[in-house]
Design a binder for this molecule. Structure first.
Ligand code: CA2
Length: 142
């Protein structure tokens, strides 16, 4: 499952200077063409509760791994962090930008404490690397 948080629906549409010109649809197509054998579920929401419920749905569903860009909630959401802690499958956090090379308030990832790892700063490739990491973690479990 690929989860995207707030404002990421506007990628490539507004303010291309920080996040580039690819839209979220472009990134989803890149994933689908690169990993044609994976059945992706794509979720994007601007609402914290919807994202918490998406995580809950993973707990009861048939999802192997989660790759998520929690957007601004990365730095604020204890609720998403707590939901993630209950999830016992590979969880990879991704960011388009390098959150350590920006404003100080982006330095801390609250959600990241409940993920297996974080890939940050590689633009749309962060998502590809996130899926790679998810596959590696799944293979490690076997
Ligand atoms: O670098 C990333 O992927 C971020 O998760 C993006 C979040 C930001 O709050 C994180 O600190 C880092 C923001 C996404 C905002 O998306 C926009 C899309 C179009 C125009 C403006 C913002």
């Amino acid at each position: 499952m690929i989860i995207n948080g707030p404002n990421l629906n506007l990628l490539g549409v507004r303010d291309k200077s920080v996040y580039g010109s690819d839209t979220l649809d472009d990134i989803e197509s890149l994933l689908k063409t690169t990993y044609s054998d994976i059945d992706f579920i794509f979720i994007q929401s601007n609402h914290e509760g919807d994202l918490v419920e998406a995580i809950h749905s993973v707990r009861t569903g048939n999802v192997d791994a989660v790759v998520a860009n929690w957007g601004g909630f990365t730095h604020t959401s204890v609720a998403i962090h707590d939901a993630l802690e209950l999830l016992d499958i590979p969880k990879v956090e991704v960011h388009l930008s390098n959150i350590h090379a920006r404003e100080e308030f982006r330095e801390r990832s609250i959600t990241g404490k409940a993920m297996d790892g974080i890939i940050t700063g590689f633009g749309p490739d962060s998502y590809l690397l996130g899926v790679e990491a998810g596959i590696k973690l799944l293979n490690r479990k076997k």
